[in-house]
Design a protein around this ligand. Structure first.
Ligand code: GLC
Ligand code: MG
Length: 250
């Protein structure tokens, strides 16, 4: 019997971005699934509706679970109701209105469209030139107000404010428990700032694709560890390379 592993991957510019490589990876994953060796989870910054739009355009395998909205919503088997236990965890100490009243003082923060907001996610656009100065000031302002939140900056343009528990890394660990897969048999893949929490979470294996954004690469270079692998290939090609590196695929 082959040991089961949990593959959790970001979508945009990680799994998706190189169609040919994605099709190759899908073949390998379908084979692993046949021998029941694989649990597949997608974890994206997108909302559920936005994930569905991507799914209509790209050849995505049906995942065993789906994490949307930067780790703040977890769905199983096509359900459109997020896991209530996960929502309950995020709810502790989360004061969305207070977050908005603080951010209102920062004129450079541009609120993302309503469709990209979530019950446990407040999102803005912020250019990288303004971010260096603004992010520390924003964190101080939130902290002084006593708000237990985390500020996540991705792709040099997106800013998410989330409950402390609500990131991709914590959602991954929650699913590891649900599926009873150990950290050593879990592997996470990403390319940008909101994927950093995958790699900071614990002993889970990590694949950083070759086309990763500077905010993730810098972090990787400063905190390189044996259980993290920086791939040479981009997107799905990098995932395949990393899965072979860790021995999850032959
Ligand atoms: C996705 C989401 C957006 C979020 C970004 C980074 O693009 O649609 O709301 O800010 O990911 O996490
Ligand atoms: Mg991405």
């Amino acid at each position: 019997m082959v040991a089961k592993f949990l593959l959790i991957t970001d979508l945009d510019n990680t799994l998706v971005g190189d169609r040919h490589a994605l099709e190759q990876l899908n073949q390998a994953l379908m084979k692993a699934r046949q021998s029941q060796a694989l649990l597949l989870v997608y974890s994206t910054g997108r909302s559920l509706a936005s994930y569905k739009r991507l799914r209509a355009k790209e050849p995505l395998l049906v995942p065993d679970a789906l994490v949307t909205s930067v780790g703040t919503e977890i769905y199983y088997g096509g359900s459109t109701t997020p896991d209530p236990d996960w929502s309950a965890k995020l709810d502790q100490g989360w004061q969305r209105d207070d977050v908005l009243s603080i951010t209102a003082h920062f004129n450079d923060l541009v609120l993302q469209p309503e469709a990209d907001q979530g019950p446990y996610k407040v999102s803005f656009y912020l250019s990288s030139t303004l971010a260096t100065d603004l992010l520390p000031r924003l964190e101080v302002a939130l902290h002084i107000r006593g708000l237990d939140v985390q500020v996540v900056y991705s792709g040099g343009k997106d800013l998410d404010i989330l409950p402390l528990q609500g990131n991709k890394g914590h959602a991954m660990q929650f699913l590891g428990h649900q599926f009873q897969v150990s950290p050593e048999q879990t592997v996470a893949c990403g390319d940008s700032g909101n994927d950093q929490s995958f790699f900071r979470a614990g002993q889970e294996r990590g694949i950083i694709v070759g086309n990763a954004r500077p905010e993730l690469l810098t972090w990787y270079q400063e905190s390189a560890a044996d259980h993290h692998y920086l791939a040479k290939a981009n997107c799905a090609g990098g995932i395949l390379e990393g899965l072979r590196h860790f021995g999850f695929l032959a």
